[in-house]
Design a protein around this ligand. Structure first.
Ligand code: AKB
Length: 340
């Protein structure tokens, strides 16, 4: 008999770490992690097994399919927006072909088990594309159906994979005589920038906020690559993981959408820096604007509307900007860097 497991791809990444931490705290002991690199001790101590491999490797996925019965897939492996702009074709392969491989694995598992496999897909505010900074500022908070014109390969990938998930959940092989509707239970959140106290992002365009905070905590100089007025939505990793847990725990008939916005706070860089200085008054922060990365931030919304997540599955952030610092970031970062 195949052992029942929960599969997390990109397990050694930022959200992967947060998921392992949270699921382990909930008593989940059957996590199988997959990543390109060996998972660190934190993950290895909490997962049942960690496999080193590529989600493009069909042989790896065939081995997982043969060995395990998958309850749920948290597909976190991806190339983020900045890295994807340097390698757009590789980004498409990982972000789209890799996601297609995982959706196909979910469908095969659901068909052989005779019950749905829940599939969590982290989408992003990168699916939105505001045409000008003026329109971004006048648009303010936008809903899930607004401005879906991504201007990055990563945003294109995420938007297309939302549709792939919808297809696998509701229209898979619709000319076939066998019914597949509902076998894959695809659920997705369009994450804003995420700030973790425990890990640093790699290759994102929203990285300037966590990079600034961690540099201040380490007493290092940091040159921010966007302007002081740059504004997009953010949330703490605590809230990001909580949103995933709430969405994945919701009964299927409570969900009216396959993809949801969530929001917590949307500080300008200047507002975030002011908060950093409250705790690290000596922070040595400069500004060297990278116009290309700035243009990506200028195309992302300054805020989002998350009413449907609140209605369908009880979403509400626990950390606004002040609580993010006082209740999570500063206490956790101080214990991480051992400074007062
Ligand atoms: C990125 O910056 O690419 C990600 C995102 C906002 O999806 N953090």
């Amino acid at each position: 008999m195949r052992k029942s497991i929960i599969l997390i791809t990109g397990v050694n990444g930022e959200i992967g770490h947060g998921l392992v931490r949270s699921l382990h705290k909930l008593g989940v002991s059957n996590i199988i992690g997959v990543d390109l690199v060996q998972a660190d001790d934190f993950v290895q101590e909490r997962a049942q097994d960690c496999m080193i491999g590529n989600i493009l490797d069909k042989n790896l996925l065939d081995r997982i399919n043969a060995q395990y019965e998958i309850e749920a897939i948290y597909h976190m492996a991806a190339l983020l927006s900045t890295r994807a702009e340097f390698s757009p074709v590789i980004a498409h392969e990982v972000n789209v072909d890799g996601t297609l491989n995982l959706l196909d694995l979910a469908m095969e598992q659901a068909q052989s088990q005779g019950k749905p496999v829940t599939f969590f897909f982290p989408s992003s505010i990168a699916v939105y594309g505001l045409p000008t900074l003026e329109e971004k500022l006048s648009a303010g908070a936008i809903g899930e159906d607004d401005y879906r014109h991504p201007q990055t390969m990563y945003g294109c990938n995420k938007l297309y994979c939302e549709s792939l998930g919808d297809y696998y959940s509701h229209y898979f092989k619709r000319l076939s005589v066998t019914e597949s509707k509902g076998r894959v239970d695809f659920r997705s959140i369009r994450f804003p920038g995420i700030i973790s106290a425990h890990t640093l992002p790699a290759g994102g365009t929203s990285d300037y906020v966590p990079e600034m905070l961690h540099a201040a905590a380490r007493g290092e100089r940091y040159d921010c690559f966007v302007r002081q007025d740059a504004t997009i939505p953010f949330m703490t990793m605590t809230d990001a993981i909580r949103a995933i847990e709430l969405l994945m725990a919701a009964p299927p008939d409570a969900l009216t959408q396959i993809v949801y916005n969530v929001k917590a706070f949307n500080p300008s860089v200047a507002e975030f820096l002011s908060k950093v200085k409250e705790y690290y008054p000596e922070a040595d922060i400069g500004f060297i604007t990278n116009d290309s990365r700035q243009s990506i931030i200028d195309s992302w919304p300054e805020d989002v509307i998350d009413n449907q997540a609140r209605i369908d599955w009880g979403w509400e952030a626990i950390h606004d900007l002040d609580k993010a610092f006082s209740e999570y970031l500063i206490p956790e970062i101080r214990s991480r860097y051992g400074n007062s």
